[in-house]
Every structure is written in structure tokens, then in C-alpha cells.
Design a binder for this molecule. Structure first.
Ligand SMILES: [Zn+2]
Length: 148
């Protein structure tokens, strides 16, 4: 082969042209070998931090997903629940329930309700009976109840 600069015939295996000093193409390829071996080592060094980072992301993703699911379920329950709202002069309470369970109970002012007790009674006597008893009791003590 010939020198790409001066055109003189070169002996095979030379790295620099003996006539003009221009590097021969063969010689240019050798430095490429170094970085090619270093790159896999670099990737291995960076791999552990990437793995722990993505594991953290997965954990945060799962936690976020669970929180989102709980919020969605809570919203769906409130939106699809029947409501019993009883108001008296000093305050009111609202009970959210479905055929299968009493889900929530909110109060304003002096209104009181014990969700644990309501749920426990609902398991024992059934939701309908507990709600109607709650309504009767509240109305007997002067409250005005509405059902939705
Ligand atoms: Zn040359």
C-alpha cells in the first residue's frame, strides 16, 4: 500500500511513513482498542447505582399506586353510597352506607357518631336495621333526617 500523504510505497506493518512522517491508517485503528475494552468496565461501575435508583422508583411507584387506589376506592364508595343525614339544632351527622357495609360517618357541631360501633352493629343486625334504628333514634330526639 502507499502513503496517503506522499504516495510512496510503504512496507507492510509500518505505523508511520518513513518518508514524510504521516501516520499510516493501520496505526490509527490501534488506539480504538483501548476505549472499547474500558467501556464495559464503565458500565459495570455505573450499574449498581442505577439498580438501587430504579428499585427506589419501583417502591415509590407501588406506594403511590396503593395511595391512589385507596383514594379512588374511597371516592367511589362515597359517590355510590347512600347517605343518611340527620340534623338537629346543635349539629348534624351523615352516615355513608351501602347494602353491605357502613363506610363512613361525618359530623358537624354537636353531632356524634361512632363508626366502629355502627360497623359492628351492621355486621350483627344488618345495615338496613342499623340505619333505620339510627334514623328513628335521631328523629325521636328532635333531629330531622333525610336519606339519599
Ligand atoms: Zn508519506
Amino acid at each position: 500500500m502507499n502513503c496517503r500523504n506522499c504516495g510512496n510505497l510503504l512496507q507492510q506493518g509500518v505505523m508511520v511513513c518513513p518518508y514524510c512522517g504521516t501516520p499510516v491508517n493501520n496505526g490509527m485503528q490501534q488506539p480504538m482498542g483501548g476505549p472499547m475494552y474500558q467501556q464495559p468496565m464503565m458500565q459495570q461501575q455505573y450499574a449498581p447505582p442505577k439498580k438501587s435508583g430504579s428499585a427506589l422508583k419501583i417502591i415509590l411507584g407501588v406506594i403511590g399506586g396503593i395511595i391512589l387506589l385507596v383514594i379512588v376506592v374511597a371516592v367511589v364508595i362515597v359517590l355510590t353510597s347512600k347517605k343518611l343525614k340527620c340534623s338537629a339544632a346543635g349539629g348534624s351527622f351523615t352516615v355513608y352506607y351501602t347494602d353491605s357495609n357502613i363506610w363512613a360517618c361525618t359530623t358537624t357541631g354537636t353531632g356524634t357518631c361512632d363508626l366502629d360501633l355502627l360497623q359492628s352493629n351492621a355486621k350483627t343486625y344488618g345495615v338496613d336495621k342499623v340505619i333505620s334504628l339510627l334514623k328513628t333514634t335521631a328523629e325521636n330526639s328532635g333531629a330531622v333526617c333525610t336519606s339519599e
